[in-house]
Design a protein around this ligand. Structure first.
Ligand code: PEP
Ligand code: MG
Length: 757
């Protein structure tokens, strides 16, 4: 049975359009279950009912002609209840509705199962037989399983029609929505430009080289051309993104060096292969290793390798790289966006980004936030091959893309864009004002650096420090652990840029979704596994080296504080402090008189919430990592688009935890800050201020927005708001209450999560 299911799904998957997919389904199911009839009805908003889209066994002429209203017949009942109905004699059922055109009067046995995709009933799959007999349990289970598997394929096939403005039954539709998740906020209207790796490595055939030496020379020339391209790209984006991100292009160029990938290809050519085949072989071997690992970061490296090899292949195929035409309002769409695809578009023309794969935390989304480009990630149903050149509306706040926009939708979004641009431009003037409420309550805004590091561009000088420097970036961008000296250079630059302001450096936080290419961690549950402090305590040599580098870098600046991630018990803190002391002692012995830095703990795990006071006793400060805390409290993977709707820092459990952390830490008289994304959310920042967080640390793009909100509200009003939301049970109601307060305080709607009012 499993084999049969698999074969049907494979066949349906290979169908070219919705109608062929449905025809395959009805034919295969009828054959597998030995029934007389198999039909599919799909919901069509045009007729607000279920249209008979395909059938084997019913009258052919009825197909795409007859439909049932949403509340009509057994089909309507299956859809309404979203449950199967299995009857020995359909005509005896009170909901039975006879459709004359179908010729179904001769069939008694009826089994209908709903086709459900993302909680939405797309349609109903039905089998019928002449005899008076209920379908057995096995048959019912088979149909339910098949329907669940086919729902995604049907949804995709429907979307393929919808992108061209057609409903399942071929009627014209407008404002088709493709759901994804927010990668970077903001809205855009533009023309879709689909970018894709042009040369297709998987299609290169194996061949013998005619002249091995010539082939090697040809390959080396192509390699040099790509290296040159990468260098120009690097230069082109110099003033657009931070140094850390630019270094990625250097890593690309190095991957092509003679002693890395390039060398392996040359070796294979020496064995007799032509250059293209050798490249495809080597790329394939590397990709197999990368793609077999269930790790998001490494998967992204696989994309990088593929991207690079495709560029070399283009030169090998003696083709000029295809340069798409970028209109004034280009929205880049790709199966898997890569940093280099973004870099190729002139910044002034790039209005938005859409990636079919990936989630809110993938490298491209982070880069997009750094560059301030509205972005939708994980728009899995958007039919990539058909979107080229189409006018689309992108809403990075809601994480949705619209095709076939109506005049009304365009008008609404055009107004939103004007409002958004004016608002962002207006924020600049806030740089010279303090971050305080109307009733003069001061709030300390700090900045997160590292992944979203932005020290190359001017930042708000009223920013009082760095609340989180994610040190894993230099580790991720390297091909081995960076040496002490290399780390010192990187850390020194951070500390110098912000001196005399404090820079909070987090010790290496790898594992989970952040693996090092040269230190892979393969685990069934990486977020519950070897992560953060757990890795570094098990590798004191790596930990002490990093501590020594941080301390050395702080020499005579003395603006460093060190923070420990993923702490779940006091033993870890004690052990880490011992190692920090050891590193410090070593440096003192080496003659460097460096001040011992303040040490803090991140609260990211539910266990740490309950131990907040005990942890605060051991250290100089506490900082809450609300991204992970939300993930672990709610049991929702923060990178997974499927469960993105459940992830909210406004959940009462999260708010209750945050409030309790502040109270507990204050009992020890220690400062408490927050460095998760919630601090950069305008409504979130108001609640956090009211809870009593001493410092809110956020990415640079959020700083002025939060300052603007803080300057619009009353501290006492924020306290009242907190009191009332702490009594509420539902995260959606809480979000609404916060929005209402912002609305009443005159906060611009660009900064509110609900933009309807
Ligand atoms: C957090 O978890 O909130 C945090 C700031 O750390 P990261 O996002 O790097 O896991
Ligand atoms: Mg974290």
């Amino acid at each position: 049975m499993l084999g049969e299911l698999r074969i049907i799904v494979q066949k349906v998957n290979s169908a070219s359009d919705l109608q062929s997919a449905l025809n395959i389904i009805v034919s295969c199911v009828r054959e597998s279950l030995h029934t007389k009839v198999c039909s599919v009805y799909l919901y069509d908003s045009d007729v607000d009912g279920y249209m008979l889209m395909a059938s084997e066994g019913l009258n052919e002429k009825a197909v795409r002609q007859v439909s049932l209203r949403a509340d009509e017949g057994l089909v309507g009942l299956v859809a309404k209840n979203a449950e199967p109905i299995n009857l020995e004699d359909a005509s005896n059922h009170p909901s039975y509705y006879y459709l004359e055109e179908t010729g179904e009067e001769s069939f008694n046995a009826f089994l209908g199962v709903p086709i459900i995709h993302h909680r939405k009933v797309l349609g109903v799959l039905i089998v019928q037989n002449e005899e008076v007999r209920r379908f057995d349990e096995g048959e019912e289970a088979f149909l339910v399983t098949l329907s669940a598997q086919l729902a995604g394929v049907i949804a995709h096939a429907e979307a393929t029609g919808a992108i061209s403005g057609l409903s399942p039954s071929g009627h014209k539709v407008k404002d088709t929505i493709f759901q994804g998740i927010s990668g970077s906020s903001g809205v855009a209207i533009g023309k879709a430009v689909v970018v894709f790796p042009q040369a297709e490595l998987s299609q290169v055939p194996e061949r013998q080289a005619e002249d091995i030496e010539k082939e090697i020379e040809f390959f080396n020339n192509c390699l040099k051309a790509v290296q040159q391209d990468m260098k120009s790209l690097h230069a082109k984006i110099e003033h657009q993104i931070a140094e850390e991100e630019r270094q990625l292009f250097d890593v690309y160029a190095r991957m092509l060096d003679d002693d890395a990938l390039g060398n392996e290809v040359v070796e294979r050519i020496r064995l007799g292969s032509w250059a293209q085949g050798a490249l495809a072989y080597v790329a394939h071997e590397h990709l197999k290793v990368f793609e077999a690992i269930e790790d998001e970061y490494l998967r992204e490296r696989a994309v990088d390798v593929k991207d690079l090899c495709n560029r070399v292949l283009l030169y090998l195929q003696r083709k000029k790289p295809f340069i798409p035409e970028y209109s004034e309002n280009s929205i880049l769409v790709s199966g898997e966006l890569t940093p280099s695809m973004i870099a190729e578009v002139p910044r002034s023309k790039l209005k938005g980004l859409v990636s079919i794969n990936g989630a809110g935390n993938s490298h491209v989304a982070i880069l997009a936030r750094t560059m301030g480009i509205p972005t939708v990630m994980g728009a899995t149903d958007l039919p990539l091959s058909l979107v080229e050149g189409k006018k689309i509306v992108l809403d990075g706040n809601e994480g949705v893309v619209f095709s076939n926009p109506s005049e009304l939708l365009l008008k609404n979004y055009s107004e939103a864009i004007i409002e958004q641009d004016q608002f962002i431009a207006g924020l600049e003037r806030l740089k010279d004002y303090p971050c305080e409420t109307i009733d003069n309550h001061r709030v300390h805004l700090w900045m997160n650096t590292g992944l979203m590091s932005d020290i190359t561009t001017s930042f708000d000088q009223s920013v009082e420090g760095v609340g989180l420097f994610r040190t894993e970036v230099p580790f991720i961008l390297n091909e081995r652990f960076p040496s002490e000296k290399e780390q010192v250079q990187i850390y020194r630059k951070q500390l110098e840029s912000f001196a005399p302001r404090t820079v909070t450096m987090r010790t290496l936080d790898v594992g989970g979704d952040k693996d090092l290419p040269y230190f892979p961690i393969e685990e069934a549950n990486p977020f519950l596994g070897w992560r953060g402090i757990r890795v570094t305590l098990d590798h004191p040599e790596i930990f002490i080296l990093q501590i020594r580098a941080m301390l050395r870098a702080s020499y005579k600046l003395e603006n460093l504080q060190i923070m420990l991630p993923m702490i779940s018990n006091v033993g870890e803190v004690e052990a880490a402090i011992q190692l920090i002391k050891r590193g410090h002692h070593e440096l003192l012995q080496e003659g460097l008189s460096i001040k011992f830095p303040p040490v803090g703990v991140m609260i990211e795990l539910p266990a740490a919430v309950y131990q907040a006071r005990a942890l605060a006793k051991l250290v100089d400060f506490i900082s809450v990592g609300s991204n992970d805390l939300t993930q672990y409290l709610l049991g929702v993977d923060r990178n997974n688009p499927r469960v993105a709707g459940l992830y909210s820092a406004f959940h009462p459990a999260v708010l209750g935890s945050l409030n309790s952390i502040v109270k507990e830490v204050k009992l020890e008289g220690k400062p408490v800050s927050i460095c998760g994304e919630m601090a950069g959310d305008p409504g979130g920042a108001v609640l956090l201020m009211a809870m009593g967080f001493d410092i809110l640390s956020m990415n640079s793009a959020a700083l002025l927005k939060v300052k603007s909100v803080i300057r619009s509200v009353n501290y006492l009003g924020a306290k009242d708001l907190l009191d009332s939301v702490m009594k509420m049970d539902d995260m959606r109601a809480i979000r609404k209450e916060v929005d209402l307060m912002l609305y009443n305080s005159g906060v611009d709607r660009v900064l509110r999560s609900s933009r309807a009012n």
